[in-house]
Design a binder for this molecule. Structure first.
Ligand code: UDP
Ligand code: MG
Length: 340
């Protein structure tokens, strides 16, 4: 065995790096105190500095008040407050936009992403990996229905999208500054982050973990929200659903020709045979539905084109809190610039 080559210069990590932890929060008032306490107790006196970037995604409970109090207490906390709920993907985008670390760790605020793993992430990052993601050992903390649908979605996504999302990964991961900059440069409004993380590539590795139950509160993702999320993922990363209709159409046309020949021959041989009401109706209904589905798929793509074309910002910032930049000047849209 030869030694692995020395890391190239851009993979050399600073001796005392700054690690940003980005946590989107939507109605997490019951979790944030415990979250901050746990993070600080695990990451105290390590050989890196930590900053915590919270994004309050338009919470309607006491999350905002609690986060502001925490930011007043700890100089390591930066807080981005949205003007309304923009969704987790937008919150993650804002977190990456505002994080300043040499590496950024994205994690949920409900302690379902075990903070102990951060040390393993950083170790792998120091070895030279640009992306280190958490891989769930099992999905026993999920319901059977969620396990089956999630599994089905990732299999379908990986088959038709051209990028591969590793099985059983969530958003919990560490990404190097270079990857953060690459992701920030992607212009799309519809941000299926898991897909974007996979799409940009770079040297990646996984770390296994067991996902615990939520520390408090309940999941924000209803079935309908997850369905839309899945549609965003597929439509954003694959054109197969658009193109498949030409082939379905060609196949059906071919079958029609064969069937038409049979009918014509039958009529020629055994004369006119009028009954056929049932089969006629079945054909009309079937092809009517197939056409509606294909139009619906077109609609999925066009509606997203429409949203992209409007060029509205991904999120709107109401306020930013950070002890070191009281005079932070914020343009209310994405890409807020610090006045430093
Ligand atoms: N979240 C968010 N905006 C939303 C929904 C969720 O910022 O519109 C955050 C939420 O506060 C949590 C993370 O995204 O920190 C994951 O949400 P949740 O725990 O509800 O998802 P699950 O773990 O059930 O997949
Ligand atoms: Mg959760």
């Amino acid at each position: 065995m030869t030694d692995s080559p020395a890391p190239r210069e851009h993979r050399l990590r600073p001796a005392r790096p700054l690690i940003s932890i980005v946590a989107p929060c939507y109605n997490e008032a019951e979790s944030v105190d415990l979250f901050v306490e746990t993070i600080f107790s695990i990451l105290a006196s390590q050989d890196f500095d930590v900053e915590l970037v919270f994004v309050d995604d338009g919470s309607t409970d006491a999350t905002r008040t609690k986060l502001v109090a925490l930011a007043d207490q700890h100089s390591e906390i930066r807080l981005v407050i949205f003007s309304r709920n923009f969704g987790k993907e937008a919150a993650l985008t804002a977190g990456l936009d505002h994080a300043r670390g040499d590496a950024v760790i994205v994690m949920d605020a409900d302690l379902q992403d075990p903070p102990e793993l951060i040390l393993d992430f950083i170790e792998k990052w120091r070895e030279g990996f640009e992306v280190v993601y958490g891989m769930r050992e099992d999905r026993t903390s999920d319901t059977a229905a969620k396990r089956i649908t999630a599994n089905g979605f990732y299999r379908l996504f990986n088959k038709i999208s051209g990028v591969k999302i590793p099985q059983n990964t969530g958003d919990y991961r560490l990404i190097d500054r270079r990857v953060v900059e690459t992701i920030k440069s992607l212009p799309e409004r519809s941000r299926f982050m898991k897909g974007l993380f996979a799409w940009v590539g770079y040297r990646s590795t996984g770390v296994l973990y067991v996902r615990p139950e939520r520390a408090a509160g309940e999941t924000k993702f209803s079935f309908w929200r997850l369905w839309n999320f899945a549609m965003d993922g597929i439509v954003g990363f694959s054109t197969v659903p658009l193109r498949v209709w030409s082939y379905i159409g060609a196949g059906v046309a071919l079958l029609s020709v064969v069937y038409a020949s049979i009918i014509i021959l039958q009529t020629l041989i055994s004369g006119v045979d009028v009954p056929g009401y049932a089969s006629l109706l079945v054909f009309v209904l079937f092809f009517g539905s197939v056409q509606l589905i294909s139009v619906g798929v077109l609609g999925e793509y066009i509606s997203r084109l429409f949203i992209e074309a409007k060029q509205r910002p991904i999120y709107i910032v109401d306020e930013i809190y950070a002890q070191d930049s009281k005079d932070y000047v914020v343009s209310p849209v994405r890409g807020a610039e610090a006045a430093e």
